[in-house]
Structures are given as C-alpha cells and as structure tokens.
Write a protein that binds this ligand. Structure first.
Ligand SMILES: Nc1ncnc2c1ncn2[C@@H]1O[C@H](COP(=O)(O)OP(=O)(O)OP(=O)(O)O)[C@@H](O)[C@H]1O
Ligand SMILES: [Mg+2]
Ligand SMILES: [Zn+2]
Length: 276
C-alpha cells in the first residue's frame, strides 16, 4: 500500500523557458537553468511513500528535499505533475486538485510536521502544554480537563517532564524542544508525519535519543513517515525505504538496506563512503 505517489512532480522558481528541464538535474550538475536562470527545485520527481513505513529522503543542501516535503504537506501549491495521497478511508486524492481550505484540513486532521528549527514549529510565547493544547483543540476536543490530560499524556510519551508543561519551551534545551514539537505533531493523531532535518542542530548524544524516540513511536503507531535528512546515517537508523535526491531529481530509490549494500548511482556511493 502506498500513502503518496508522485508522477513528474516539478517545481520551478522563476520565469521558465522551454529548456529548463533538460538543462538541469543530476546529469547537468545544477538546478539552475543556464538559459533563463530559473531554479528547478523538483525535476520530474516520481516516488512512492509506502504506507506505515519510514521513507528517508536523502540529499545534499539544495537538492529539493524541503520543497518536496512542503508540497506534500500542503503549504506550497506551485508544483506541476501529479501527487496522489491515500487518505485513511483508502481513497486516492490528487493533491493538486484540492483548494487551500482542503489542504489545510489535511494538515490539521491527517498530517503532523516537525521542523529543524523549533521556532518554526512552536509558539514560544505560550507554555509547552499550551503548544500541545492548540493542536488538541484543532482535533475538536473542547473540555479543559480532557485537553490538559491529553497534553500531559503526549508530553510524557515523548519524554518531556510533565512538571515543566506550564513553562515556555523557550527555556528548554534543543532536544527537549524537539520532543515538544513531536508531541505537538502527534496531538491530532495524524496518519502521516513529516520530519525535516529534525535532529540536525542537536548534539550527537541528544540526536541519538530523539532518533530512538521516533523509532519507538513508529513501532507503536505504524505511522507513515517522510524523513528528510542530508545525513545518510540518520536515514540508515530509521528508514526502511529511501530515495536519494540531487539537483531536484531522484537518483536512487529502493529499500534502505539494498541501497546501502548495492548503490546504483555514483553519488549514492559517494554519500555512503563519506558516512562510514
Ligand atoms: N522560495 C524560493 N524561491 C527561490 N528558490 C527557492 C525557494 N525555495 C527554495 N528554492 C531553491 O530550491 C532549491 C531546493 O531547495 P530546498 O529547500 O528544497 O532544498 P533542501 O534539499 O531542503 O536543502 P537543505 O538541505 O539546505 O535544507 C534550492 O536551490 C533553493 O535555493
Ligand atoms: Mg531543507
Ligand atoms: Zn530555462
């Protein structure tokens, strides 16, 4: 079963000319069209996100990872091509045909997201518990006691000391802020979780603990997860499947283990070599 499937998903930033696609990509070694200067952030991306699995999206800076995630998550509407999403009832929905309100509904009801920068995903003017409560409210719960109970449960489950739930996350460590972000993302019981470089800015030991938490959550809930990272080591730890992106194109796709053992593309071999 597939939760997302894209066909020729393409995202331009700029004026575009007829040669943009052929003059950019992995073989061309750039994502900027030399004729017109347009950035081709996604260049005919075809991928499948298996339901209930963790798909690692690996690639260097500028390869298009965040652009892909933003389109599927539903905060960017500018891509062409097809992106199908299978909702919990099993219907396949073409994301490009939804209006902004429908995209918002998906973000609120069915998706969760965690960003590299906690400032992007958390409101530092309210408490950690308040950050969770905001999302519990979105899911329709109105009873104060129930909301607080659910926030406590989520913080506890993600390893945030619940005695700190009334403090602003501004005073938390980086690792603790990521835990609050994860608790917040889970508040609406999403079926898809989008993770964009969630451990990149953390110390290695803290990074390992957050990765453990994600793995444990996944084993318990069987969420579908899109894990964006420039670090193949992170993907190796978590992902069962992976795609490797370069200059807006997918250069490698398959099972994580297979790709580690037998990478087809020279760039993937390079990445693996560099991570050993
Ligand atoms: N709003 C924008 N306007 C113009 N160019 C953009 C815009 N957003 C992204 N880009 C360009 O699109 C390309 C892909 O960017 P993207 O953020 O998806 O890369 P990434 O793989 O997430 O990189 P990183 O690892 O640095 O986060 C880059 O060349 C970037 O400069
Ligand atoms: Mg990015
Ligand atoms: Zn061009």
């Amino acid at each position: 079963m597939t939760v997302f499937e894209t066909q020729n998903l393409t995202r331009f930033y700029g004026v575009r000319c007829p040669r943009c696609l052929e003059k950019t990509g992995a073989a061309a070694g750039t994502n900027i069209c030399p004729d017109c200067g347009t950035v081709v952030a996604l260049n005919n991306v075809n991928l499948r996100v298996p339901k209930g699995e963790i798909l690692g999206v690996i690639g260097e800076s500028g390869s298009g990872k965040t652009t892909l995630l933003r389109y599927l998550y539903g905060v960017d509407f500018g891509a062409t091509g097809s992106a199908l999403y299978r909702n919990p009832s099993g219907e396949m929905i073409e994301l490009g045909e939804l209006d902004p309100a429908q995209r918002r509904r998906l973000r609120d009801r069915e998706f969760g997201i965690v960003f590299q920068n906690p400032h992007q995903g958390l409101n530092f003017r309210i408490s950690a518990g308040g950050n969770i409560a905001e999302r519990v409210l979105v899911s329709g719960e109105r009873n104060y006691g129930n909301i607080r109970e659910r926030a406590t449960l989520l913080l506890d489950r993600t390893g945030v000391p619940t005695r700190r739930m009334d403090e602003s996350p501004a005073g938390f460590s980086g690792g603790m802020q990521q835990r609050v972000q994860i608790a917040r993302a889970l508040a609406t019981e999403p079926c898809v979780l989008f993770l964009d470089e969630v451990t990149t800015s953390l110390d290695l030991s803290v990074q390992a603990k957050i990765l453990d938490l994600i793995l444990e959550l996944h084993q318990r809930t069987r969420l579908s997860i899109l894990l964006v990272t420039h670090d193949i080591g992170v993907a190796r730890m978590l992902a069962s499947h992976c795609i490797v992106m370069r200059y807006g194109q997918v250069v490698e796709t398959g099972l994580m283990d297979q790709i580690l053992e037998d990478p087809q593309h020279a760039y993937t071999q390079e990445l693996i070599g560099a991570s050993l």
